[in-house]
Write a protein that binds this ligand. Structure first.
Ligand SMILES: Cc1cc2nc3c(=O)[nH]c(=O)nc-3n(C[C@H](O)[C@H](O)[C@H](O)COP(=O)(O)O)c2cc1C
Length: 171
């Protein structure tokens, strides 16, 4: 549903120059490497956009300041037991109260690696994001089973769309 925005924002951002830097925070957890590869692809996509600084962090290393300093946020998790990974949940647990209303409508996107489903993890992230009042700005990417080139291409598109929209100030 967000595809038209993607094309528009990419064109817009590539034409613009001299804008202030915007920071994109990619926070993820990964046990066997799939979500991490997706996170790298999201980062590649975001770096494609001018004047974008990418901060790629494991969930356990991500701080409140990282969150507050980011113009946009990409959240990546494996689906574990029908939910997000514990480390991503821990990040939310640590930052929810102190973030307060400072993250109102912060643009965010989600990417998930799952064995065969992914909807439970997505629902859980969306529900928590509602509590923060984050604003989802592009379709989530869910990779099921073996990670494919198509999944990684979608992750690059996710990153470039988030970064372009933040840079253009359209969210
Ligand atoms: C403890 C555990 C629970 C899991 N639960 C689910 C699940 O509920 N649904 C699913 O589709 N895959 C499940 N999986 C599979 C992982 O989501 C999948 O292997 C994913 O690619 C792992 O991502 P990672 O390589 O980034 O760690 C589970 C894996 C583990 C280790």
């Amino acid at each position: 549903m967000f595809h038209a925005v993607n094309r528009l924002t990419l064109k817009w951002s590539q034409r613009s120059s001299g804008n202030a830097m915007s920071k994109i925070l990619i926070i993820y957890h990964s046990q066997t490497g799939n979500t991490e590869k997706m996170a790298w692809a999201v980062a590649d996509g975001a770096r494609f956009i001018e004047n974008t600084e990418v901060v790629l962090k494991r969930a356990q290393d991500t701080t409140l300041d990282d969150l507050l300093g980011a113009a946009g946020l990409a959240i990546g998790t494996p689906e574990n037991f029908g939910y997000m990974s514990g480390m991503v949940k821990d990040f939310f647990d640590r930052t929810y109260y102190p973030a307060g209303d400072k993250v109102f409508r912060k643009p965010y996107v989600v990417f998930i690696s799952a064995g065969n489903d992914g909807t439970g993890a997505l629902r859980a992230v969306e529900r928590i994001a509602l509590g923060y009042k984050f604003k989802m700005v592009y379709d989530p990417v869910i990779s099921k089973g073996k990670l494919t080139d198509d999944d990684l291409a979608k992750c690059r598109e996710l990153g470039s769309t988030l970064a372009a929209g933040c840079q253009a100030g359209i969210y």
